[in-house]
Design a protein around this ligand. Structure first.
Ligand SMILES: Nc1nc2c(c(=O)[nH]1)N[C@H]1C(S)=C(S)[C@@H](COP(=O)(O)OP(=O)(O)OC[C@H]3O[C@@H](n4cnc5c(=O)[nH]c(N)nc54)[C@H](O)[C@@H]3O)O[C@H]1N2
Ligand SMILES: Nc1nc2c(c(=O)[nH]1)N[C@H]1C(S)=C(S)[C@@H](COP(=O)(O)OP(=O)(O)OC[C@H]3O[C@@H](n4cnc5c(=O)[nH]c(N)nc54)[C@H](O)[C@@H]3O)O[C@H]1N2
Ligand SMILES: [Mo]
Length: 702
């Protein structure tokens, strides 16, 4: 969500072409995992050979930290504290920030009242800013504004206000490097040095000319992904880390943190596909496109929940695990949801393995009377299904948009736009059918094709004559043909693409480095989050429900995970998972070639433990050990001793440890990390509902 709010994109990377200093917080982009893996691996390698420094914050000397200039072996789940201390050092010790950027591209100048909300104009309700040249408050878009003030305290109509940037500057004072050292275990002097290096690398004020266009040059980037964000403190960690690139103005400009293609002006022949972020009435950015059912910003107003995900009372969630959480039923009852799931259609997910401990997932699935699943293989999930539909694999099917939306699946940075199609290389065997065709068929038989057509029209911005009429039914291939022609012209339908394979055109600087070109602002101060908290509280109170509102604040804090609050000294380590370069989630474990490779690495099927820690516990390399969590969950595996891991942690690769008899190669191999994960509200971020992936554990010989 935060990438959507600040970069109008699902995913982000350093601008590998120009970045000189990239900080990774628990992300492996360009090295093992992450999106657009192959292109990013090449781009990251080129950047390193060009001299880009990489500082990788990660409890394990993993794929990215292995190649980095410096590895910071952080304590699990504490990234937010490090980022907040770095902001404090930049703003309050070094005095480094990009005032021009903050004034023009963020809500840093917007005046915040003592209740944490914007000071709004009495007539227009627009947010107000302070114009210091005339010593008065004006609306943010007032044409007479001479200057946007971002520091100080002001009184307007008896109300004491501060600009959002001043709020941040004051707020982070409590995060000294020393305090961050206590929380993260990274030495205060290292935190100070890295902050200075990052701030200086940003070269605030400098410019660069690309294709004849002068642009701000900020060759310092910060990115984060599952490592920093997969915790109970997910939301505030994400905000804190992203603020680092905002305060130095290194967002979506050359050298900085780039969203994946948030702006597209389309193919030169047609001007399509086209999407561009635009401002809302407050001047804040709305993404041009998105990949989930609801936008990251603005948040839908809180109201009585109508869906099992309860997204109406958790408006910042992009998904939720309530359908398999022990808290689900209780909450549905309290919110008076008048139905339960009667049927589930599962498409290519093995949730019994991928969400958390399988006992709780099984309890949830058992309550669903009927489950149909589309998959390529029989596995732990299909063992729960009433019907299994054998889908077509990517080698057998025609797909008109394998990399759209570009905000997730297309490389960032300059270069080319490319819309490829995927063509089958082998005929499907037996009666296997592409799930998309089956779904279209079902929609037709159920009489809900008009709704489906309208959704396709909206999603692909369909225009006449390609627009799908509500009263007609179309085959999959007809729909593909219309979408392609809608984007690329009457000549370029399915037949043209089958012959040419793909269409390419050159990216423009104003698409890639869009920030200076668009009149949109992003939050320094998350006023809308604060405001949403009040609404959610009201709705929950109507149902007599008490939730945790600590995340509905304008500025982020570091919040401990349950694992940080375990007092018993017996549980002395933090566990975490990471993606192995050999595997994709759980489903590649049955591949015999990858299985063979996995047995040749010391990591893939093992539990990585720091050598010193293991020695103290009398554990030798290759010993079978138990990991037991403070909540009483246990997993067993082979110890892999390494110096490349934080002394207080154990790291486990991938999503291994299958148990279905239908996975004979994968069965019993590797360690099933998710057995340790609790799926209850206590282990979800109370703001965005992301699950906490770390546990406090002890290890001992099996
Ligand atoms: N090879 C491969 N590529 C993939 C995938 C795959 O399964 N395999 N999956 C795809 C998917 S669905 C996703 S979401 C992306 C995920 O992409 P990433 O988020 O980049 O992948 P991870 O390896 O899960 O996490 C990155 C790093 O976080 C570290 N880490 C764990 N806990 C913490 C912590 O508390 N703090 C910090 N700072 N670091 C921590 C891990 O050691 C790991 O090195 O990858 C995608 N690409
Ligand atoms: N331990 C551990 N757990 C994790 C993660 C981790 O790295 N480690 N990552 C987490 C993250 S970020 C994510 S996104 C989830 C992912 O979790 P899931 O989405 O559940 O991914 P998989 O477990 O790989 O299951 C994918 C299923 O899709 C099937 N499949 C593959 N290709 C096709 C196809 O073309 N058509 C159909 N119909 N089916 C297909 C596979 O056979 C497999 O059964 O896991 C989460 N859980
Ligand atoms: Mo993911």
């Amino acid at each position: 969500m935060i990438n959507g709010v600040t970069h109008a994109s699902w995913s982000s990377v350093p601008d590998y072409e120009y970045c000189n200093y990239a900080i990774y917080f628990g992300a492996s982009k360009g090295h093992a995992a992450g999106h657009v893996a192959n292109t990013n691996a090449q781009k990251a390698a080129d950047a390193r050979s060009r001299g880009m420094k990489m500082v990788v914050v990660d409890p394990m000397n993993n794929f990215a930290s292995n190649k980095a200039t410096e590895w910071l072996p952080i304590r699990v789940g504490t990234d937010g504290a490090l980022a907040l201390a770095m902001i404090n050092i930049l703003l309050n010790e070094l005095g480094i920030w990009d005032a021009q950027y903050i004034k023009k591209h963020t809500n840093g100048p917007y005046l915040i009242k003592s209740n944490g909300l914007f000071l709004r104009d009495g007539k227009t309700a627009k947010p107000m800013v302070w114009d210091s040249s005339v010593q008065c408050a004006k609306t943010f878009d007032d044409p007479t504004l001479n200057d946007f003030t971002i520091e100080g305290t002001y009184t307007v109509d008896g109300e004491t206000c501060k600009p959002g940037f001043q709020m941040l500057k004051d707020h982070v004072k409590k995060y000294s490097a020393e305090k961050a050292e206590e929380i993260t275990s990274i030495p205060a002097r290292t935190i100070r040095r890295i902050s200075r290096e990052f701030g200086e690398a940003a070269k605030i004020g400098s410019t660069i000319t690309i294709q004849g266009i002068q642009l701000p040059y900020r060759p310092a980037a910060v990115i984060y992904f599952r490592g920093a964000q997969g915790h109970k403190n997910s939301l505030h960690n994400s905000i804190a880390i992203d603020l680092l690139c905002q305060v130095v103005g290194a967002a979506d400009v050359p050298g900085g943190t780039l969203g994946f293609n948030p702006v597209c002006y389309g193919h030169p022949d047609t001007g399509r596909p086209r999407y561009v972020p635009k401002p809302d009435p407050d001047g804040m950015m709305l993404t041009g496109t998105w990949s989930n059912p609801h936008l990251p910003y603005p948040l839908d107003p809180a109201k009585a929940p109508t869906g099992m995900s309860l997204s109406q009372v958790f408006p910042m969630s992009m998904s939720s695990a309530f359908f398999v959480s022990p808290d689900g039923e209780g909450l549905w009852e309290k919110f008076k949801l008048p139905y339960r799931i009667e049927m589930m259609i599962n498409m290519g997910a093995n949730s019994i393995m991928s969400i958390g401990n399988p006992q709780q997932v099984a309890e949830g699935l058992k309550k669903i009377p009927f489950i149909a699943s589309f998959d390529l293989f029989l596995n732990e999930f299909t063992d729960f299904a009433d019907i299994v539909f054998p889908d077509l694999s990517y080698l057998e099917r025609f797909d008109f948009s394998p990399n759209y939306p570009f905000i997730f699946n297309h490389p960032a940075g300059m270069g080319e736009w490319c819309w490829p199609i995927r063509q089958p290389v082998v005929e499907p065997s037996y009666q296997r059918r592409y799930y998309v065709e089956v779904m279209i068929n079902l929609a037709n038989r159920l009489g809900i094709a008009p709704g489906l057509n309208m959704i396709i029209n909206a999603k692909y911005d369909m225009r006449e004559p390609y627009w799908l009429a509500p009263d007609k039914t179309y085959s999959y291939e007809e729909i593909c043909d219309r979408i392609l022609k809608n984007n690329f012209g009457a000549e370029r339908g399915v037949d043209w693409f089958k012959e040419h394979g793909l269409i390419k055109w050159t990216k423009r600087p104003e698409e890639v480095y869009w920030r200076p070109f668009l009149p949109v602002r992003v939050p320094i101060y998350y006023e809308y989050v604060k405001a949403a908290g009040e609404q959610v509280k009201k709705v929950a109170a109507q149902f007599g429900v008490e939730l945790d509102y600590s995340r509905y604040e304008g500025l982020p804090d570091w919040h401990p995970c349950p694992s940080h609050e375990v007092k018993s000294p017996e549980y002395d380590l933090w566990s975490f998972y990471y993606r192995d370069v050999l595997h994709t989630n759980s489903y590649t474990m049955e591949n015999p070639y990858l299985d063979e490779l996995s047995q040749m690495t010391p990591y893939t099927y093992a539990i990585s433990v720091n050598s010193e820690t293991a020695k103290k516990k009398g554990i030798r390399d290759g010993d079978l050990i138990w990991i037991e969590s403070s909540t009483g969950r246990k997993i067993k595996g082979k110890a892999n001793l390494t110096q490349g891991i934080n002394i207080e942690s154990v790291g486990i690769a991938a999503c291994a440890g299958h148990w279905s008899n239908n996975q004979p190669i994968a069965k019993g191999k590797g360690v099933f990390y998710n057995e340790l994960i609790e799926i209850d509200l206590e282990h979800m971020d109370p703001g965005n509902l992301n699950m906490d992936l770390c546990a406090k554990v002890k290890i001992y010989k099996a």
